[in-house]
Design a protein around this ligand. Structure first.
Ligand SMILES: *Cc1c(COP(=O)(O)O)cnc(C)c1O
Length: 395
């Protein structure tokens, strides 16, 4: 009876503590809720209101394209529709379609090898811990994605964050620390999630080449499919695919699927297969999902018109924001409208929603305190007129 009473008390305490923290979030306008919504192609219906989705990562519009899904379904039979891998790839989950996708990726990028993961989150939390040890120094851009930060935390490496895109500071850090570490890994995104700006990959490559023990890790989650002549990302655009040691991208955004990849050397692939915990200790994605990814990946190189259109409408929106006095760091299809205080940002986003545009506020801790913003995430199936209409409703 005593024990049970104590347990009840403990639970009560915990519930109260969590409740208090939630109230704190709510009072700072930072409480998050899972929004209920119905999807209808490019539009979403939330609370009975139909809106154009301006917050999707389906950058090429492949996810909303019904014809592509029809074509894919045509290829399936009950025998080829495999909804589960039932195992890690190291046991019995390695279906041949995985290797087909990896061969396709390696061929497209012109690398020796590729390795596919369950998600970008798995990739970023798995690769860095696998390849680093206590003699490793990681130099990471201040604004890298949470999954990269978690990967660094899980690793034994020492880490220093450099100011966002500040290559002078990075150079100083390299000069100061490279000799005293066995290995240094520079970690960056190519297009950054929240500002939509871009890392200078060519300069990063030049910097790294000055040292024998410095390698470069680039996350192309927002650039794969969108940048480069064949949609391979900013590394293709900058002509430095082969200078990047860890070139990572995801399929959940422009790839209209789920999963992630690294394109790399044969040795690195084999090493990851042996040492990467988020690859080894998880059930592989369903083979049908990999088959879908493969069918999408084969379309991406030819989607130059879509890339051009996305580029055009993104520029229109960025220029309009600047003309209205907002400073806009973006050079991509991710366009932030920085409002500042969270409460104001929420109100502004609701205003746009009333006009039929599903734009969402992004608040701390996703972005630094005082930089809450509406984050437009444009896709190639949005029309120029719709952007013009949106601009009219931005004050
Ligand atoms: C979305 C994203 C990820 C996570 O990828 P998932 O496949 O969604 O887990 C990783 N890195 C960056 C930069 C991202 O934007």
């Amino acid at each position: 009876m005593m024990i049970k009473d104590n347990m009840m008390k403990k639970q009560d305490n915990e519930t109260t503590m969590l409740g208090v923290r939630l109230q704190e979030l709510e009072s700072h306008s930072n409480l998050r809720r899972l929004p209920s919504m119905v999807h209808d192609g490019r539009e979403v219906i939330v609370n009975g209101r139909r809106m154009l989705n301006l917050s999707s990562n389906d950058y090429l519009g492949l996810g909303t394209d019904r014809k592509i899904r029809e074509d894919f379904l045509q290829t399936l039979t009950p025998d080829s529709f495999l909804p589960t891998s039932s195992s890690s790839r190291l046991l019995t989950g390695n279906f041949s379609v995985y290797e087909e996708l990896e061969a396709e990726l390696a061929a497209r990028f012109g690398t020796e090898a590729a390795l596919v993961f369950n998600s970008g989150y798995h990739a970023n939390t798995g690769i860095l811990p696998a390849v680093s040890n206590s003699q490793t120094l990681i130099l990471a851009d201040k604004l890298v994605h949470a999954s990269i930060i978690d990967g660094i935390r899980l690793s034994a490496a020492r880490c220093i964050r450099y100011r966002h895109n500040d290559l002078n500071q990075l150079e100083r850090l390299l000069k100061e620390h490279t000799q005293s570490h066995q290995q240094v890994i520079i970690v960056t995104e190519s297009i950054f999630s929240m500002d939509g700006d871009r890392a200078d990959l060519q300069s990063l490559v030049q910097l790294k080449h000055r040292y024998g023990n410095v390698s470069l890790y680039v996350d192309e989650a927002h650039a794969f499919g969108v940048r480069g002549k064949h949609g391979l990302g900013c590394a293709e655009e900058a002509g430095c695919i082969h200078d990047i040691d860890f070139l990572v991208g995801t399929f959940g955004k422009a790839g209209a699927s789920a999963g992630a990849y690294i394109v790399c050397s044969r040795v690195l692939r084999e090493y990851l297969v042996n040492c990467m915990r988020t690859l080894i200790f998880t059930t592989a994605l369903p083979p049908v999902n990999i088959a879908w990814t493969l069918s999408v990946i084969r379309r991406i190189p030819e989607m130059q018109e879509e890339r051009k259109h996305l580029d055009r409408i993104s520029r229109t929106l960025r220029e309009a924001l600047e003309a209205k006095g907002y400073s806009c760091p973006s050079v991509s299809h991710i366009v932030p409208l920085v409002v500042g205080p969270s409460a104001d940002t929420v109100i502004r986003a609701e205003e746009l929603q009333r006009h039929g545009f599903y734009a969402l506020p992004v608040r701390p801790p996703t972005v630094p305190e005082g930089t809450s913003r509406i984050r437009f995430s444009l896709t190639a199936d949005i029309r120029e007129e719709e952007i013009e209409e949106l601009i009219k409703h931005i004050s």
